[in-house]
Design a protein around this ligand. Structure first.
Ligand code: BMA
Length: 831
C-alpha cells in the first residue's frame, strides 16, 4: 500500500513583493522583513493575526487597512526530513492552493498553479534528496494576477457594485473580493492539506461511483482510473457494498476499469421528513496480479434516484426536484462560505451550521456560485442530516471570459469537482451559474460585451457536457435564474427557477404576493446581526445604525436606506439604536414569513423556496438567518415556524380570507380548525370551526366566512386560527397602525438543570415576544422566539449557556424581552 505523509509542520511565511497597482498601500515596514510562523492548512491573514502583526480584519474598520495583504506576494517555506523508501513514485499532493502558486523543491521548480478550486499531484521523486529537503510555495498576489488578466483580455461587465473587483478573471472564491455582505479580504495560502504520497506499481487515480436505483435495485458502477508506475503490471480491481462484491482484471497497459454491483432492495436515502438517511460503505481496492494490496478508496454512499422535472405544462414549465419518484417541495436556504478564511472551517463547524439549518426545517441548501465547492465535511453532514444540496458551479454576477487560461481551468475544475462530490447522496443538482444569464439579459451587458464571450459556452455547453460525461446520475441546469430557453426571459415566473429581488431593492415585501414562481431560488430581506455579534465586532462610541463601524459592516448598496424604506410601510421609525436593531430584525423575520407562507400556499405550481441566505462569513448586517458568530437571528426562529412541514396560514384570496393547510409529509393531516376574531383586550367577537383535511404532500384551502373575517375595528382585532396543535394569527392592519396594548407581563426566572427558564405570563395580548439571551450573556442562547400570547396565556423560554445568574429585573423588559410594538408606544404613554 502507498504511504501518505502530511507536510504540515514548520512552515514560515514572508512577504516578498507588493504586486499592487494604483497607489495601494505597500507592505508595512515592520512586516517587510518579518518571518512569521505559518499554519498549513491556513492562510496569510490568519497567520499574521495569530502572530499579532495585524488587527482582526472582522473588527471595526480594520478590513480597510489590510488591503495590502491581497496585493502582496507571499512565500511559504518549510524543511522536512525524508529518506528514500524504495517506492516507484513519490508525489507531492496539494489538495488546495490559494491561488497563483509557484512550487519549488530544493530550489528546483516543480509547477505553477492558478486555481483555488483544483487539487494537484506532482511527481517529485527526482527533486527529493535523503535528509533535509526544502519546500517553497510562493503565491503571486491574486489581485494583481486578476487585474493583469483583465487588462489582457479586456474588462467585462459585472454586478452593479461601487467597487468593481476583478473576481471574474481568476478561479478563486469570488466573494474574497468583497460582496454585498462580505469584506474585501483577498487571501493567499495553502488552504487544504499538502502531503507526500509514496507508491508502488499503480494507484487509484479517480473513483467515480455512479449510484442509482432502478426498479428497487440499487445499482453502483464504480468507474475507476488507474495511474501506473509499471505499465505492464497486471492488476485487479474489487469493489464491495452492502455485502455485494465484484472484481475485474485490469490488463497490462489498461488505465481504466469498471466494477458493476447490484444491491437488491437497498434501504433508500431520503431528505429528512421524507424518510431515513441510510448510508452504505463502498470500498474499492486495487491489487497487483499476485494479490499484493496497492491502493484503496472508501466512501459512504446512499441509494436514491433523483431527477429534475422540467416538464412543460399549461402555465409554463416545472422546476421540481424528484427524489425516489416523490416530488419534493424544497424548503431551502442559500449557503455562502461560512468564513472569509475557509481554511478555518472544520467538520464540527460545518456540522453545527447544517444542524442549525435542519433544526429550522430546512431540507435544501444551495451552495452559491460566488463561494467554493465546499469541503467534504459539508456534504458528509448533509448526507447524515438528510439535507439536499444544490451545487452551483463557481460563477456569480459577472461575465466570465471563455478564453485561455480561464477556459482550461474551468473545465479541469469542473471535471475534478463533479467527480469528487458524486459519492454524496445529498448532492442532487448541479447549476451553471448565479445570475449571469439574468445579467446578460437585464444588466446592460450586451452593449458592453459587443460580441465578446461572457460564459454562455460554459453554461450551455462545457458544464452540461462535463456533468453528462462525469456523473450522468445527476441533473444539470444552466443557471439561476433560468427559464430553460434563451427565447424566454431567464427570470420568468412561469418557467424554471426564479430570483425575486425587487421586493428588497425597490419595493416592499408585499410584492411577494404578486409572484407565484415555479421554484424560487433566491429572495431575502436584511437585518442586523445579533446584538452580541454586532457589539463584539463594532466598538463605535456612540453606536448608531449609521456610525462608522456599523456602516462598514453593511456592504449592500444603500443597505441602510433600504432597511429604512422597508420598515416604513410596516413600523414607525425607530428612534434609538436598540429599537432600530429590534425592529429591523423583526421586519426581516416578517418579510420572509410573509413570502414563504404565500409561496408554500401555492405548493404544486411552486415547488421550492430557497431564502437568501442561511449564514454569514463575518459579523455583518445581511440577509442571513444565522449571523457571522453563529448566533441565530429572529429570522431563524421565524423560519422554523414557516418551514414546519405542516403549516397553517391565512391568505387573502379573491376578496376574502382563506385558511390554507400545507402538508409536506407522507401522511394525511386532518385537524379541526377553530377561528376566532378577538379584540386585543381578549373579547371573542366571532368564532367558527371547520374541518381541515390535507392530503399527503398537498394543500387545502378553507374560506373563512365573511362575518368572521371582517373586523369591527381593524386596529385592535386579531384572527386566531388554530389547526390541531398549530396556530397562526392574522391582522387587519400594519403594525404601525395597530393599537397594541402596552404589554403587561409577569416574568419569573427559574434556574433549572438544563438552563434557566423564563416564564412569561401575559396579562395583555402580546405579539412576537422575543427574549434576547445574548443581551444577558454573549454565551447564552434561547430556545424560542416570536411567540404570540393571548391575555392569560403563558410561555416558558429556556436559556442555555448562561455563565452567570440573571435576575428577573434584567430579563423582564427591553432590551432583553421585546415584542412587536413595544417600541412604538406613543411618547405620552411611555414610562
Ligand atoms: C443575489 C445573490 C448575491 C447577493 C444577493 C443579495 O444577487 O446572488 O449575489 O449577495 O442577491 O443582494
Amino acid at each position: 500500500m502507498g504511504e501518505w505523509r502530511d507536510l504540515h509542520q514548520d512552515w514560515v511565511l514572508n512577504a516578498v513583493a507588493s504586486g499592487g497597482t494604483g497607489g495601494e498601500p505597500k507592505i508595512p515596514a515592520a512586516l517587510a522583513s518579518a518571518t512569521v510562523p505559518a499554519s498549513v492548512p491556513g492562510c496569510v491573514h490568519t497567520d499574521l493575526l495569530a502572530a499579532g502583526l495585524i488587527p482582526d480584519p472582522y473588527l471595526d474598520r480594520n478590513e480597510h487597512e489590510l488591503r495590502w495583504i491581497g496585493r502582496t506576494d507571499w512565500r511559504y517555506a518549510t524543511t522536512f526530513d525524508w529518506q528514500p523508501g524504495g517506492t516507484d513514485r513519490v508525489d507531492l499532493v496539494c489538495d488546495g492552493l490559494d491561488t497563483v502558486a509557484r512550487i519549488e523543491l530544493n530550489g528546483s521548480p516543480v509547477a505553477t498553479t492558478q486555481n483555488m478550486h483544483r487539487s494537484y499531484r506532482f511527481d517529485v521523486g527526482q527533486h527529493l534528496r535523503p535528509g533535509a529537503n526544502e519546500l517553497v510555495v510562493t503565491f503571486t498576489s491574486a489581485q494583481a494576477y486578476a487585474e493583469n488578466l483583465k487588462d489582457q483580455l479586456g474588462d467585462l461587465p459585472g454586478p452593479n457594485s461601487a467597487t468593481p473587483e476583478p473576481f471574474n478573471f481568476i478561479r478563486k472564491m469570488a466573494c474574497n473580493f468583497g460582496w454585498d455582505w462580505g469584506p474585501i479580504l483577498v487571501t493567499a495560502g495553502i488552504w487544504k492539506p499538502i502531503r507526500l504520497h509514496s507508491w508502488q506499481t499503480a494507484r487509484l487515480a479517480k473513483v467515480r461511483p455512479l449510484v442509482t436505483v432502478e426498479g428497487g435495485v440499487g445499482k453502483v458502477r464504480a468507474v475507476v482510473e488507474v495511474d501506473r508506475a509499471d505499465v505492464n503490471a497486471p492488476l485487479t480491481l474489487t469493489a464491495e457494498v452492502a455485502g455485494v462484491r465484484g472484481r475485474v482484471d485490469v490488463a497490462p497497459g489498461e488505465t481504466s476499469a469498471t466494477v458493476a454491483l447490484e444491491v437488491p432492495d437497498p434501504r433508500l436515502w431520503w431528505p429528512h421528513g421524507h424518510g431515513d438517511q441510510p448510508l452504505y460503505d463502498l470500498d474499492v481496492a486495487l491489487a497487483a496480479g499476485d494479490g499484493t494490496a496497492l491502493d484503496s478508496w472508501s466512501h459512504r454512499i446512499g441509494f436514491r434516484h433523483v431527477r429534475l422535472d422540467t416538464t412543460p405544462d399549461e402555465t409554463g414549465s416545472a422546476f421540481t426536484i424528484v427524489v425516489n419518484g416523490v416530488p419534493i417541495f424544497a424548503r431551502g436556504a442559500n449557503w455562502i462560505p461560512d468564513d472569509c478564511f475557509p481554511s478555518r472551517i472544520g467538520p464540527e463547524r460545518y456540522r453545527a451550521r447544517l444542524q442549525q439549518a435542519k433544526d429550522a426545517h430546512i431540507d435544501l441548501l444551495r451552495v452559491w456560485g460566488g463561494g467554493i465547492y465546499e469541503q467534504e465535511a459539508f456534504y458528509d453532514a448533509a448526507n447524515e442530516l438528510g439535507i439536499l444540496v444544490w451545487q452551483d458551479f463557481l460563477f456569480a454576477c459577472a461575465a466570465y471570459p471563455e478564453e485561455s487560461p480561464i477556459a482550461e481551468e474551468v473545465e479541469a475544475e469542473a471535471r475534478e469537482n463533479v467527480a469528487r462530490l458524486m459519492p454524496h447522496p445529498s448532492l442532487v443538482l448541479w447549476n451553471g451559474n448565479n445570475e449571469n444569464i439574468w445579467g446578460y439579459f437585464d444588466w446592460g451587458w450586451q452593449a458592453r460585451l459587443d460580441g465578446r464571450t461572457w460564459g454562455k459556452g460554459y453554461y450551455l455547453d462545457v458544464l452540461a457536457r462535463v456533468v453528462a460525461e462525469t456523473d450522468p446520475t445527476r441533473p444539470y441546469w444552466p443557471g439561476s435564474p433560468y427559464s430553460g430557453s434563451f427565447d424566454i426571459h431567464p427570470n420568468a415566473d412561469d418557467h424554471g427557477c426564479t430570483h425575486i429581488w425587487d421586493a428588497w431593492n425597490q419595493k416592499d415585501y408585499a410584492v411577494y404576493r404578486d409572484y407565484v414562481p415555479r421554484f424560487l431560488a433566491e429572495f431575502g430581506w436584511q437585518g442586523p446581526p445579533t446584538w452580541a455579534t454586532l457589539t463584539r465586532a463594532v466598538h463605535d462610541e456612540p453606536l448608531a445604525s449609521d456610525s462608522p463601524g456599523v456602516l462598514s459592516h453593511q456592504k449592500a448598496t444603500d443597505g441602510n436606506g433600504k432597511l429604512a424604506r422597508g420598515l416604513a410601510p410596516h413600523f414607525d421609525e425607530p428612534t434609538t439604536v436598540a429599537d432600530w436593531h429590534w425592529v429591523t430584525q423583526l421586519n426581516q423575520a416578517r418579510a420572509l414569513t410573509y413570502g414563504i407562507e404565500h409561496f408554500r400556499s401555492h405548493r404544486g405550481r411552486c415547488m421550492g423556496t430557497v431564502i437568501w441566505q442561511l449564514n454569514d462569513c463575518w459579523p455583518v448586517t445581511s440577509w442571513a438567518a444565522v449571523d457571522g458568530d453563529a448566533r441565530r437571528k429572529p429570522l431563524w426562529y421565524a423560519l422554523r415556524k414557516v418551514y414546519d412541514p405542516r403549516l397553517v396560514t391565512v391568505q387573502p384570496r379573491d376578496g376574502g380570507l382563506d385558511i390554507i393547510g400545507i402538508n409536506d409529509g407522507a401522511e394525511a393531516w386532518n385537524a379541526e380548525v377553530v377561528v376566532e376574531r378577538r379584540a386585543f383586550g381578549g373579547e371573542v367577537y366571532a368564532q367558527w370551526t371547520a374541518k381541515l383535511e390535507v392530503d399527503p404532500r398537498d394543500t387545502t384551502a378553507v374560506r373563512i366566512p365573511a362575518d368572521v373575517a371582517t373586523p369591527v375595528d381593524a386596529a385592535s382585532e386579531v384572527l386566531v386560527v388554530t389547526a390541531g396543535d398549530r396556530r397562526t394569527t392574522w391582522y387587519f392592519a400594519e403594525d404601525k397602525d395597530l393599537a397594541y396594548p402596552q404589554p403587561e407581563l409577569d416574568v419569573e426566572v427559574v434556574p433549572n438543570p438544563s438552563g434557566t427558564q423564563v416564564r412569561v405570563a401575559a396579562r395583555t395580548f402580546v405579539r412576537d415576544l422575543a427574549l434576547f439571551a445574548d443581551r444577558l450573556d454573549p454565551a447564552a442562547r434561547v430556545d424560542d422566539m416570536l411567540v404570540t400570547l393571548l391575555p392569560g396565556e403563558t410561555h416558558t423560554f429556556l436559556i442555555e449557556g448562561l455563565t452567570r445568574q440573571v435576575t428577573r429585573e434584567e430579563v423582564a423588559g427591553a432590551p432583553v424581552l421585546r415584542s412587536a410594538g413595544d417600541g412604538q408606544v406613543p411618547a405620552a404613554q411611555a414610562p
